[in-house]
Design a protein around this ligand. Structure first.
Ligand SMILES: [Cu+2]
Length: 107
């Protein structure tokens, strides 16, 4: 019985860990450029340029703009022209892209 309870607690920690980073805003758009550092836009941090659709609670208009990404690992397999859904975390000093998911073209 004690063993079972421990296993349940461990399972809970695993589930929390898998929940991923905090996402404050969610958007969709088209990748215009992925720029690992150093780039013209940032010396030390990865940058992704996205033509994004309106982002609820943040930006009411479609526009092309650069975002700092939490990690270059988010760029794996990503190419200009890809349709993406992305998550933004509102951190001091930057709206940080913390999740990127590729969407089928035409959506
Ligand atoms: Cu914008």
């Amino acid at each position: 019985m004690i063993f079972v309870r421990r296993a349940a607690v461990l399972g809970l920690f695993v589930a929390l860990g898998a929940a991923g980073p905090t996402v404050d805003y969610r958007g969709t758009g088209t990748v215009l450029a992925v720029l690992p550092p150093p780039s013209d836009l940032h010396a030390t941090r990865p940058v992704i340029v996205i033509e994004h659709e309106p982002i609820a609670g943040l930006m009411a208009e479609r526009m092309a703009m650069p975002f700092i990404a939490a990690s270059t690992t988010l760029f794996e397999g990503l190419h200009p022209g890809d349709r993406i859904a992305f998550g933004l975390q509102d951190t001091p000093g930057a709206l940080l892209v913390v999740t990127i998911e590729r969407l089928p073209l035409g959506r």
